[in-house]
Design a protein around this ligand. Structure first.
Ligand code: ASP
Length: 579
């Protein structure tokens, strides 16, 4: 047990129990709540990080919400009829004799009650008050526990913590960089790291063997519930390892973090190939907590006379009990599917007297029968079908599945999943150049090197893998290319010329001249893992000082203008806004 006594207090408020009855204690904390009993008796709940305890104060004192007090008194048992079972200290109270006001306080800008919803901007503007709430205190503790468990797990496995710089040249993660102007070299800029990717690979060339870091990464992307400009990653890299080794290292780390928070260690994390994930769930981060999987129907409609189903791929999902969805909702969903890229969405309600669907009359009895049995349809179900190119069908039905079936991320337990065998390229851009699915240092699958040679780029799988938790992508990693010639070949395929490659990543290519070990690594988002473990749907709840959805910090007013003098020093001039 940690000793929390200091020169100013003997105990923490929330730690007092019946065993302390009779002790004289000195406590410090904030006035949480105050109830008057007549003119000269007050009940005050005093709060610190550990919780609250009831003080009974005799005599007149001007004590208001959030005043900071130091009090001395004797712990006594509460009369049975006033004990509070809902409170850890509910069996006792402190008969207070001395009260010192250490600090007065203006009325708080919002009630510090976890049950009351407060506007987020107001919370963030006064984050120092918001952090006093038990929910935030608990979240910060969960976060610290996750960090500590991860550090310990990595160290147990022989990883060495190495810090990498924040002011660097651009990183290749594919997002927009945050840049910092150089004063010494006006017109030149540092980039803030999107990840320590290149440095950790250089550590491998440097013989570090097993590197890790709880690293701050910055990406200038639109913010969402699971995304902030700056976020923390467990970043790791190891030499002389295979994909299996990395998966084992990281599984150990996330399992240890989970155990540290929940008390239970998850079982072995299952693996699924990217192709299977796309076929069954229409997503490379499948949420395996619920069914409604995508079912192949292409064969069922191979000879169909129904034009809309004469497509390279037909798939459907069964929404159990979905037949009561309203016509309006189905029309909205169809419209949504068109926006997601499909030509349309076919719906069928399985009713007592048969299938109710606008397209029923276009399908034969055999087709109807095969459809029902393939989808294992039951009365009351809704069947949703999309026909199109395979990648469109998977993408759109994957989104429909989430839209109709996905539980909140914090419900239904913790379902980790490794997704492996990603394609090396996720498609071609407008100019015909392939788009790398991960960063350009990812090793192609040995078996697919021929396809790479032949130029069948979309058939090339990579040694890349992702970790998914309840449908959130926690992180990704890969076996890296450690040979200069393969790296140059990949740059060439990506349309990165020799000169551009040398300018951007010359230091990595150069390093590979001097003996690079085979290596592989991974990084996952600590904020996302912590949020789910803390039962929060938004990562902002587990970050002490987050930005709002629009990227602002209402507490410090960042981002803010800087003065002319500073701009001049940096060689910058602000252009008028263009619209
Ligand atoms: N650097 C990658 C990322 O931040 C992870 C990795 O490949 O290790 O997503």
């Amino acid at each position: 047990m940690t000793d929390y006594s200091t020169s100013l207090r003997t105990d923490r408020c929330g730690d007092l129990r019946v065993g302390d009855v009779g002790r004289q204690v000195t406590l410090c904390g904030w006035v949480d709540r105050r109830r008057e009993h007549g003119e000269h008796l007050a009940f005050v709940d005093l709060r610190d990080r550990s919780g609250v305890v009831q003080l009974v104060i005799d005599g007149a004192h001007d004590l208001r919400s959030e005043y900071v007090l130091q009090v001395t008194g004797t712990v006594r048992e509460r009369p049975a009829d006033t004990a509070n079972d809902g409170l850890a200290t509910g069996a006792v109270e402190v008969d207070t004799t001395d009260v010192t006001v250490l600090s007065t306080a203006e009325p708080p800008p919002f009630p510090l009650d976890d049950r009351i919803d407060v506007d987020e901007v107001v919370r963030l503007r006064h984050r120092y008050v918001d952090l006093r709430r038990p929910r935030m205190q608990r979240n910060l503790e969960v976060r610290a526990r996750v960090n500590s468990a991860i550090r310990q797990a990595m160290e147990e496995q022989g990883f060495v913590e190495v810090e990498t710089p924040m002011l660097i040249a651009s990183t290749p993660e594919g997002a927009r960089d945050f840049v910092v102007p150089s004063r010494k070299e006006p017109g030149s800029f540092y980039a803030l790291p999107q990840s320590p990717q290149i440095f950790k690979q250089l550590c491998m060339v440097g013989g570090v063997d097993r590197y890790y870091q709880i690293a701050r990464c910055l990406r200038d992307e639109d913010l969402r519930a699971d995304r902030q400009f700056e976020f923390m990653q467990l970043d790791a890299e190891a030499s002389f390892v295979s994909q299996d080794d990395v998966l084992a290292f990281i599984s150990h780390a996330v399992s240890s973090a989970t155990e540290a928070v929940t008390g239970e260690r998850p079982g072995e994390i299952p693996r699924m190939s990217w192709d299977e994930a796309m076929e069954r769930f229409g997503s490379d981060k499948p949420d395996i907590r619920f069914g409604m999987e995508l079912v192949e129907l292409t064969e069922v409609f191979a000879d169909t006379g129904f034009r809309a189903f004469q497509a390279p791929c037909v798939k459907g999902i069964r929404v159990p009990g979905g037949a009561d969805l309203s016509r309006n909702r189905l029309d909205d969903l169809t419209e949504q599917c068109k926006q997601w890229g499909a030509k349309g969405l076919v719906w069928m309600k399985v009713e007592d007297d048969g299938i109710n669907s606008p397209v029923a009359k276009f399908l034969s009895d055999e087709e109807m029968g095969a459809l029902r049995s393939t989808l294992e349809a039951e009365i009351g179900d809704l069947l949703l079908i999309v026909a199109d190119e395979r990648h469109t069908v998977r993408h759109v039905l994957g989104l429909v599945r989430l839209e109709l079936g996905r539980p909140p991320v914090t419900e239904g337990g913790l379902h980790f999943l490794w997704v492996v065998d990603f394609p090396l390229f996720e498609g071609l851009d407008d100019t015909g150049n392939p788009i790398p699915a991960h960063h350009p240092f990812t090793m192609p699958h040995e078996e697919d090197l021929d396809a790479l040679e032949r130029g069948d780029l979309l058939d090339v799988r990579s040694r890349a893998y992702d970790l998914v938790l309840n449908g959130w992508e926690l992180g990704s990693g890969s076996v890296r290319i450690h040979r200069r010639e393969i790296q140059e070949q990949i740059f060439a395929v990506l349309g990165i010329g020799a000169e551009e490659a040398q300018t951007k990543f010359g230091f990595l290519l150069d390093a590979f001249r001097y003996g690079a070990p085979p290596h592989a690594g991974f990084a996952f988002g600590m904020d996302r893992l912590t949020a789910i473990l803390a039962g929060e749907e938004n990562i902002r709840e587990v970050i002490a000082y987050p930005k709002t959805q629009s990227g602002a910090d209402p507490l410090t007013n960042a981002p803010a203008r800087i003065d002319e003098h500073h701009l001049t020093e940096l060689g910058l001039r602000i252009l008028p806004p263009t619209d």
